[in-house]
Design a protein around this ligand. Structure first.
Ligand code: SF4
Ligand code: SF4
Length: 233
């Protein structure tokens, strides 16, 4: 993103909307911190700049990788998936991505206000690959993994994004190993992350997975979200 400082009138509207505080006022002109900017385009779309001083720049590799992980209306070129993860995780009742003896896991790194460097993905994926997980093919993060050891493309590691979601599934019995990885990474990582677990209900026992996760020492927050109209004929 680019701000034409010769046109900017210093109204400050773009400063307020930036989700990672990458814009500051210098001598009554808005200036973008290139390192902090995640290329989300929120300032361009939502600041209502009165003098049209905010312009989208043509981004080069590797900086351009920031866009699909930060701009909610961008589509990832490799996976063809808009947004940072795949919707199918949330709609397992119609997609059957996760079977009865499987567990789906999402790990979302970074949030508005904080963001993350893509290198943080490796803290998880190098450990997860050792355990043996099945990464979701259509997830934008999976497209960054370059080998079976879970390393990601070196060229993009320094890039800062709003958030990135690692999506994978495991056989049910590997749950303790996955939670152990999460516990270890929590001590090393420099951003926030949240973990989602998708499990099918067995024998009408809706609390089974929650109880197992609690017994392994994690606090469970059973959030609910209903996506209406996603059923398939
Ligand atoms: S919204 Fe436009 S005029 Fe206002 S501070 Fe930002 S760039 Fe300058
Ligand atoms: S593109 Fe996003 S991160 Fe960059 S300055 Fe604009 S609002 Fe902030």
């Amino acid at each position: 993103m680019d701000i034409k400082t010769d046109v900017c009138n210093g109204c400050g509207q773009c400063v307020i909307v930036c989700p990672v505080q990458a814009i500051r006022m210098v001598d009554n002109k808005a200036v973008i911190d290139e390192e902090l900017c995640v290329e989300c385009s929120v300032c361009y779309r939502n600041a209502n700049c009165p003098v049209n001083a905010i312009r989208m720049k043509r981004l080069k590799w590797p900086r351009v990788i920031r866009v699909p992980f930060s701009n909610v209306i961008a589509t990832h070129k490799v996976t063809g998936v808009p947004g940072r993860g795949t919707e199918e995780m949330k709609t397992n009742d119609v997609t059957n991505r996760f079977n009865i003896e499987e567990i789906g896991v999402s790990i979302e790194l970074g949030r508005p206000g904080i963001g993350t460097r893509l290198e943080n993905i490796e803290l998880f994926t190098t450990r997860l690959s050792k355990i043996g997980v099945t990464y979701e093919e259509k997830s934008p993060v999976t497209a960054l993994i370059v080998d079976d050891k879970g390393h990601i493309n070196q060229e993009i590691k320094e890039q800062r994004v709003l958030s990135a979601i690692i999506e994978f599934k495991i056989p049910d019995k590997k749950l303790p190993q996955i939670l152990e990885v999460i516990r270890k990474v929590d001590k090393e990582i420099d951003t926030v992350f949240s973990v989602g677990i998708v499990s099918r209900i067995k024998d009408n026992n809706t609390k089974e997975i929650m109880n197992r996760v609690s017994q392994l020492g994690f606090q469970v927050r059973p959030n609910a979200k209903i996506n209406i109209g996603l059923g398939r004929p």
